[in-house]
Design a protein around this ligand. Structure first.
Ligand code: NAP
Length: 434
């Protein structure tokens, strides 16, 4: 029986699914000792700090992660940062293979004037802020204005728009960060406008997310009937399945009776952001009006200006570069997950870019693990344990994490919440008994 030591850097969905694929590949002759290294004191990646708090069902996948973590031959090294506490070379020297699953955490920029004004922020800052990520607790999110504009037509833009447009008491029974709940309760925002640069037929939303919108109890969701019916005409009788599904869902919104709620969530298509205005704070945004000619999105040359105090761009993410790992175009340079001339592999968003739902990472990781298995040397290296390099460092092990998890859930129970997330690193370590 041979045991190969595999390090996985990043404890998000892609990392757990890579671990699961390794566990599933074990047999009488071959096993894996898996060490998962995570810079935060908590694992689960986007399931903890990305998924919208009002989508608790999506978070139930964490049960699968905990099963993987407790299946044996798995160790968590939380609160250990690659490049600071440990170097990539330390890992590639010691382990038979290293899997990078660090995701894409940096928000793409619009690249327009005014983007750096107060009140203009990326979903890459706003989402972890409301999800209690320790590094984002102090993000400045000014909500003392009537109108917010969200840029982008993907599910992240939809999450952001919904979080801003919801009546805050609808979030009371969720694990939204305490600081975000205080800010949202005091929010003056009553109008949220989501602006997409192309047509309804090009939107990257998925239809279950659209179908949820008419169920919002305190928010009037508005789409322009003309925009949706024009899109329907453009796609003809045989649109792609996803496009049809989205347009059907949009029609349900259009055909719904308007309500008198004071909160509105409006969808506007064919608008490209041009400039954010304000002297020390966002006061308005100018967008170019587009049209579709011969199937192409083109500018009409006209513009529209919306008065607003908050602009959140949700236009995609890029991976952060890692020292010693080839990087280009917002991703780790790889061929189907292999990193050339090394024992390094990459899975998830760091590999393929920020696309797909959580489950996409399962098939993605299992394909990469097939390649890793093909490449394994005849004999394991067996040269020392990573703990030798972490002497004196406070490591959050699986046991510590389980203590944090139990404590957070216990704090939530009397409040009817799934958990109360600790936001400060030292508080998380304290809950873990460290
Ligand atoms: P996304 O789905 O790729 O959407 C990005 C959006 O940004 C697109 O509408 C894109 O428009 C727009 N965009 C890009 N550059 C722009 C620019 N310069 N100006 C204006 N608009 C611009 O990305 P995402 O929303 O970040 O989501 C990432 C992945 O996570 C997706 O696969 C998503 O489905 C998934 N996710 C799933 C859920 C869920 O299942 N509930 C929740 C959140 C995220 P163009 O199409 O015109 O480029």
């Amino acid at each position: 029986m041979q045991t190969f030591r595999i390090a996985i850097v990043g404890a998000g969905p892609a990392g757990y699914f890579a671990a699961q694929a390794l566990q599933n590949s074990a047999n009488e002759d071959l096993t894996f000792a898996i060490d998962m290294i995570e810079r935060l004191p908590t694992p689960w990646g986007l399931v903890r700090s990305g998924v919208a708090p009002d989508h608790p069902k999506i978070k139930t996948v964490s049960k699968v992660f905990e099963k993987i973590a407790t299946a044996g031959n798995f160790r968590l090294f939380g609160n250990v940062e690659l490049g600071t506490d440990i170097q990539m070379k330390d890992l590639s020297d010691r382990y038979d293979a290293v899997i990078i699953s660090t995701g894409s955490s940096s928000g793409k920029k619009l690249g327009i004037p005014g983007e750096d004004l107060r009140g203009s922020l990326s979903a890459a800052d706003f989402v972890p802020w409301y999800n209690a990520h320790p590094d984002f607790a102090n993000v400045d999110v000014p909500l003392d204005c009537d109108t917010a504009v969200v840029i982008g037509a993907g599910n992240v833009a939809m999450d952001v728009a919904r979080m801003l447009a919801l009546e805050p008491h609808e979030l009371e029974a969720t694990d939204t960060a305490d600081h975000a709940m205080v800010a949202l309760r005091n929010s003056s925002i009553r109008r949220v406008i989501l602006c997409a640069r192309r047509g309804p037929e090009h939107a990257a939303f998925t239809s279950p997310e659209l179908r949820e919108l008419p169920k919002l109890e305190h928010t009037n969701v508005l789409m322009d009937n003309n925009q949706i019916s024009s899109a329907r005409n453009r796609v003809g009788d045989a649109p792609e399945k996803d496009v049809k599904s989205n347009l059907d869902a949009m029609e349900l919104i259009v055909n719904r009776e308007e309500t008198n709620h004071e909160r509105t969530l409006e969808f506007e298509f064919l608008l490209t952001p041009i400039e954010i205005h304000g002297s020390d704070r966002v006061t308005e945004i100018t967008l170019g009006i587009n049209e579709i000619k011969d199937g192409k999105v083109v500018s009409t040359g006209q513009t529209k200006t919306i008065k607003c105090g908050l602009v959140v761009s949700a236009i995609g993410y890029e991976a952060m570069p890692i020292e010693g790992v080839p990087y280009s175009g917002g991703k780790v340079v790889n061929t189907e997950g292999r990193i050339a001339d090394s024992n390094l592999y990459v899975v998830g968003w760091a590999k393929r870019g920020p696309s797909g739902v959580i489950g996409t990472n399962k098939s993605d990781a299992s394909e990469v693990i097939k390649l890793l298995l093909e490449d394994l040397p005849k004999e394991p290296k067996n040269i020392g344990d990573v703990t030798e390099l972490l002497n004196g460092h406070t490591v959050v092990t699986q046991t510590h994490w389980e203590a944090i998890n139990v404590a957070e859930v216990a704090q939530g129970e009397p409040l009817g919440k799934p958990r109360v997330k600790a936001t400060e690193r030292h508080e998380l370590l304290r809950l873990g008994g460290l």
